[in-house]
Design a protein around this ligand. Structure first.
Ligand SMILES: Nc1ncnc2c1ncn2[C@@H]1O[C@H](COP(=O)(O)OP(=O)(O)OP(=O)(O)O)[C@@H](O)[C@H]1O
Length: 510
């Protein structure tokens, strides 16, 4: 466990800082330069910190400059504000920590450090504050994180990825981290259920999508469920085999880049979906599948040795066999027109990013919202109609866009539009068209295919029929093959994203 919050015992914090009347932030404009050392300066550029160091080529002493790539020909470099993790002044030393790009997929913590000969403390403090202001914008600094590591995630590599790629970034950004390893399946439900809602800002899952699913459901069990789901942002630091949540919100499957995205992430309301089956109610944050997707994923466990090809293989076998999964389906339809859906997506993407999370914080006595449409065992709501889908091939409802790095399946999905994106495809379409639809997912043409029925719905019920057994997948987890009902709760949950209102995905193409 790393605990770095507060000023007590903080080796970096100069106790005298608080006593100094710092200049106003407005006194430090873009372009403000901080002279450091004899021939070096730090300047606040438009999008980056500009480091000018005339001695850099000759003097590479650790005291003068660390962490910058040595380059004798250049004395000026820039560090994007996005990559700046922290800055501080202690005694007469200024240290700036940042995430240095070492490859397309990796950032590592680096720092620059200068001893300042003359220190106008008040000015330096204000300059640092301005730098952090540019580096974090509306993102909360020094987030307090409950961090769960699934030691079995990603075939056992999660712990190693956490130590090597994630923890150094969070620590350099001076996040407060409370680490716990999950000990058994379902442990994350209990940890989230018993967590003090006010003690943390973020629950970070070093895992795949299974642990965040458990965390949402653990928070749902709290007495103050609505408050906990609003206050605590759930994030995925990708260490599992399926990391869709990170691809959608952090835009990456790289643990170190995701850690940086989380450090800089903006609070984002997320729709959550109640799934009722019998008398059970669970929350889904990612997807629900019946038919070919569920079976290709959950019904191919015997082919684990095939690795990631397992899913595609299972899918193709069923596609070519023209397998159908008959069911009766009733939906609470919101939009059933691809042009209108695409236009709504475009309008949201062009909206200026929100400056803050405007939702009110629910009271400590607010549990989960009541179900508007009852459960799967209640009479069907009057304005819904159970429509037979005797030749159903694929029933797939998504709350996020990417289901895997190459599969932007629900390209019109938005985090909190109050809708699930529902895709239905017949199972008895010509084989060629079926294979084309599979290939179209990767190329981005899937949405526009006429055989893909794409709608925005706020609730539905599905009753599988004429099958002795089958598969239902909720966020990739198997639930009994029985009728179930789904209902969206708009913006009930909270995640962190780069924009505060969109997924990191290309929108629908027509
Ligand atoms: N210590 C543990 N022992 C066994 N199962 C665990 C443990 N900790 C978590 N789990 C279970 O592991 C499941 C998979 O978790 P996770 O989200 O990390 O990865 P995944 O990508 O879904 O799968 P994979 O394990 O293949 O990487 C979760 O549903 C959770 O219940």
């Amino acid at each position: 466990m790393t605990s770095e919050s507060g000023s007590e015992g903080d080796p970096f914090k100069d106790p005298s800082v608080a006593d100094v009347q710092a200049p106003q932030l407005g006194d430090i404009p873009v372009g403000a330069t901080l002279p450091v050392g004899r021939s070096a300066s730090l300047t606040l550029g438009t999008d980056s910190l500009i480091v000018l160091d005339e001695d850099f080529g000759e003097s590479k002493s650790a005291a003068n400059c660390c962490g910058l790539l040595p380059n004798k020909n250049k004395t000026t470099r820039s560090i994007p504000f996005y990559n700046i993790l922290w800055a501080e002044l202690s005694e007469s030393e200024i240290t700036i920590r940042y995430a240095r790009t070492v490859s397309k997929e990796t950032v590592r913590v680096a720092y620059i450090n200068y001893t300042m000969e003359k220190t106008d403390r008040a000015f330096v403090d204000a300059w640092i504050e301005r730098l952090l202001d540019r580096a974090y914008g509306a993102s909360q600094r020094q987030k307090r994180m409950k961090l769960l590591v699934n030691p079995f995630g990603g075939q056992g590599s999660a712990q190693k990825l956490y130590v090597r790629d994630i923890e150094p970034i969070l620590a350099a950004a001076r996040c407060e981290i409370d680490v716990e390893r999950t000990k058994y399946s379902g442990h994350a439900v209990e940890i989230a259920r018993d967590l003090d809602t006010d003690a943390f800002d973020v629950i970070a899952c070093c895992s795949g999508d299974g642990v965040p699913h458990e965390v949402f459901n653990g928070l749902a069990k709290k007495k103050d469920a609505a408050r906990a789901l609003t206050k605590l942002a759930v994030v995925n630091l990708p260490c599992g085999s399926g990391n869709a949540m990170s691809w959608n919100l952090n835009g990456t499957g790289s643990p170190s880049l995701a850690a940086l995205a989380v450090v800089k992430g903006l609070r984002t309301p997320l729709d959550l979906i109640s799934i009722t089956q019998g008398d059970r109610r669970t929350l889904s944050f990612l997807s629900q599948a019946v038919g070919i997707v569920a079976e290709s994923d959950l019904g191919t466990e015997n082919l684990r040795w095939l690795g990631s090809v397992r899913f595609t293989y299972g899918f193709l076998v069923r596609l070519l066999g023209k397998t159908v999964y008959p069911a009766d389906i009733a939906v609470k339809l919101e939009v059933d027109d691809k042009v209108a859906i695409r236009n709504a997506y475009k309008a949201e993407s062009e909206r200026p990013p929100p400056t803050h999370d405007s939702r009110p914080i629910p009271s400590p006595t607010d549990g989960l919202p009541a179900l508007k449409y009852g459960t799967a065992t209640d009479p069907l709501p009057a304005d819904w109609q159970l429509v037979p889908h005797d030749n159903l091939g694929n029933f797939y409802a998504g709350n996020m866009a990417y289901m895997s790095p190459d599969a932007n399946f629900f390209s019109a999905a938005l985090p909190s539009d109050g809708c699930m994106d529902l895709v239905r495809i017949a199972g008895d379409i010509p084989r060629k068209a079926a294979v084309q639809s599979l290939l179209a997912v990767e190329s981005g043409a899937f949405y526009s295919m006429p055989l893909v029925h794409y709608a925005k719905v706020s609730a539905y019920r599905i009753v599988p029929k004429n099958q002795a057994h089958g598969y239902v997948s909720i966020d990739g987890e198997r639930i009994p093959f029985e009728p179930f009902q789904a209902e969206v709760h708009r913006g009930l949950g909270t995640v962190l994203s780069r924009t505060g209102h969109m997924y990191e995905a290309e929108g629908p193409r027509l």
